[in-house]
Design a binder for this molecule. Structure first.
Ligand code: PRT
Ligand code: ZN
Length: 226
């Protein structure tokens, strides 16, 4: 059994769209931290709640492995990695605890402006570039569409212009990037925003009470924001 822990460790994005709003939200829950020299670990002062600053893609794994207790991450990242983080009983090791109301975006299929869109069957036999191969693959199977998933880690929107793909599946917020690349959104696979992720089962030590306190404060803050 892992040693009982009496501090809560929350993983947040080190630098990116979710870093500042995540920190600000936790601060508005009354948390404060001692500035650390390496800036990767922030020791909690007002409450025994520490921060670990990481790449967003690492957050689901850190929770699944028990290195961190909670995390603030896009639902898109959590969902994409969900199918890989299964425990011995076959269930996912973490779940979405709360939607946090920032970092809103959609995971969309987008096609060249020149296409006359008639529906998902139009994607049969096409090459679709994406950084979300698991979510796209699952959706294609659900739609009974056989297509070629082209996994890319970045610059997905430019793939059709480069001749690497016919269509894309990527995150969209304003839509300006799609438009700049002569693409148009035609379908939404997932509505996303930043979420608080945590384990699917309760903590067995002092962390349970800390997590409950944090959730009570968070719910108060989120209610005020509505
Ligand atoms: O370094 P690290 O791996 O931690 O960061 P990252 O580069 O993977 O992530 P980051 O900071 O770009 O995004 C973090 C999270 O913000 C994502 O996982 C989403 O949950 C959320 N988010 C919200 C977005 C967007 N909006 C968004 N617009 N993530 C990416 N984009 C991209 C979009 O794909 C497009 O390429 O931003 C570009 C501009 O979008 P438009 O539609 O406004 O033009
Ligand atoms: Zn990332």
């Amino acid at each position: 059994l892992p040693a009982a822990r009496d501090r809560l460790r929350i993983a947040i994005q080190k630098s990116g769209r979710l870093s500042e709003p995540a920190r600000a939200l936790l601060a508005s829950c009354g948390l404060s931290w001692r500035e650390s020299r390496d800036r990767l670990f922030c020791y909690g002062e007002s409450l025994p709640v520490d921060l670990l600053l990481v790449r967003d893609d690492d957050i689901p794994g850190l929770i699944a492995d028990g290195v961190c207790d909670l995390g603030i991450v896009g639902r898109n990242v959590l969902a994409e990695q969900g199918s890989q983080r299964i425990d011995d009983a076959g269930s996912v090791k973490y779940r979405e605890w709360r939607a946090l109301g920032f970092g809103a975006c959609r995971l969309d299929i987008a096609v060249p402006d020149s296409w006359e869109w008639s529906g998902s069957a139009q994607l049969r036999g096409k090459r679709i570039a994406t950084s979300y191969p698991a979510l796209l693959g699952a959706w294609l199977r659900e739609q009974d569409v056989v297509a070629d998933v082209v996994p890319l880690s970045g610059s997905v929107e430019i793939a059709p212009r480069l001749g690497q793909a016919d269509a894309i599946c990527d995150l969209v917020s304003s839509g300006a990037t799609l438009a700049a690349n002569q693409l148009k959104p035609v379908l939404t696979l997932l509505q996303s925003e930043a979420v608080l992720a945590g384990p699917a089962v309760p903590f067995v030590d002092a962390r349970e009470e800390l997590a409950a306190l944090l959730l009570r404060r968070l719910d108060g803050v989120l209610r005020l924001k509505d």
